[in-house]
Design a protein around this ligand. Structure first.
Ligand code: GN1
Ligand code: MG
Length: 358
């Protein structure tokens, strides 16, 4: 990765001497832009430009970070919670040229894997996400802000797909016709969400809402879980969001970017490991409705992500960055195939869940 020149004002806002650092692009999130600042003496930082099209209130994110950090420091003083570093004006971010920038500590001797390559990694990552929700169990839930309204509201995502189908250009709609049918065939997944979302014992909890593998830092030698990162969407939600995203992204060796769909596969050992990791933290907290929804979580998130990609394809790619014209179409198709494979293995996967619930 080549070195990048960033505005001196940004360094200055955080009290950093720009001459001591080199900056490089880091990670490959779709939404925010991330840089690694490295100095010669091991002092490193993560600098991020917040995408304010998606995160319209950086202040809401900062407020949630503050609430969580304060609570965790009091309750679990040894817990590593990676919160933004303050500017010289004591703010969680600086504004430069209408851009919002924030600085985070870089945690040395850790790595973030783009994909799990051993079930133990799935276990460790799932445990970290489960722990975050468990540790925040008694935090003041209602003081946390909803950073992106309706973020994981499948009902809304489903109606956005229907709207996109209606408004799409003929060419795109025809190209995606079969795929659209494929997704509409599984509308029962959206209907099930309608049914359970209002159940009394389906509580809101503090959920990470982006529980992919590379949002966990592992020890670079032992691969033990160290902490979770990318907490922008830490907000009230349902456990099916994090558990479902883990099922969606850890179980198959092929990521959502894979175009060779023959590589999509349900690895039962990874499924088992992540279920175990998540339940080892949360087993005793879960309500009967939540326990009932554990397998559904994978369907819920895979279906929703597929719908989001397909909707974006029909909308001419206004949300997810693309590298070629049909990129979102292939991402959506990938998710539909993963969904079908999860459903095909339902009995086996349900049996694994039952084994670890007690
Ligand atoms: C986006 O930016 P990134 O890669 O962390 C998206 C998630 C999706 C993910 C798909 C705010 O996350 O919801 O699951 O892409 N985040 C937002 O890989 O839309
Ligand atoms: Mg993210």
């Amino acid at each position: 990765m080549e070195n990048i020149t960033l505005a001196p004002e940004i360094y200055r806002a955080f009290g950093l001497d720009r001459n001591r650092f080199i900056a490089k692009r880091f990670g490959h999130g779709y939404i925010n832009r991330t840089y690694l600042l490295q100095s010669s003496n091991e002092e490193s930082y993560i600098l991020q430009r917040i995408n304010t099209q998606v995160f319209t209130s950086p202040e809401a994110i900062a407020s949630n970070y503050r609430l969580a950090a304060d609570f965790l420091k009091r309750r679990y003083p040894d817990y590593l919670f990676v919160a933004p570093l303050l500017t010289v004006d004591q703010k969680e971010y600086c504004i430069w040229n209408d851009e919002y920038w924030r600085l985070l500590p870089y945690i040395p001797h850790t790595l973030a894997l783009d994909a799990a390559t051993a079930p133990e990694q799935a276990y460790e990552a799932a445990r970290q996400f489960g722990r975050l929700t468990r540790y925040l169990h008694d935090a003041p839930l209602h003081q946390f802000q909803v950073v992106i309204p309706n973020f994981h509201n499948l009902t809304l995502r489903y109606s956005q797909l229907q709207e996109a189908i209606r408004n799409a250009r003929e060419e795109r709609r025809e190209y995606a016709e079969e795929l659209i049918e494929g997704f509409l065939d599984y509308s029962s997944i959206a209907i099930h969400f309608e049914e359970i979302k209002t159940e009394k014992s389906f509580p809101d909890r503090l959920i990470h809402h982006d529980a992919k593998m590379n949002n966990v830092l592992l020890d670079e030698k032992t691969f033990k879980g160290i902490c979770v990162i990318d907490l922008d969407t830490l907000m009230p939600g349902k456990i099916i969001s994090d558990l479902g995203d883990m099922i969606r992204t850890y179980v198959s060796p092929a990521s959502e970017e894979e175009r060779d769909f023959s590589k999509i596969e349900i690895r039962e050992s990874y499924f088992e490991a992540l279920i175990q990791g998540y339940l080892d933290e949360l087993r005793d907290l879960l309500t009967p409705v939540e326990k009932e929804a554990l397998f559904y979580a994978g369907l819920f998130m895979t279906y929703m992500q597929g719908i989001r990609f397909l909707t974006d394809f029909l909308n001419e790619d206004i949300y997810y960055p693309i590298q070629y014209p049909e990129h979102n179409f292939y991402r959506a198709k990938n998710q539909l195939i993963l969904l079908q494979q999860l459903i095909a293995k339902q009995d086996t996967l349900q049996a694994i869940i039952r084994k670890h619930l007690h």
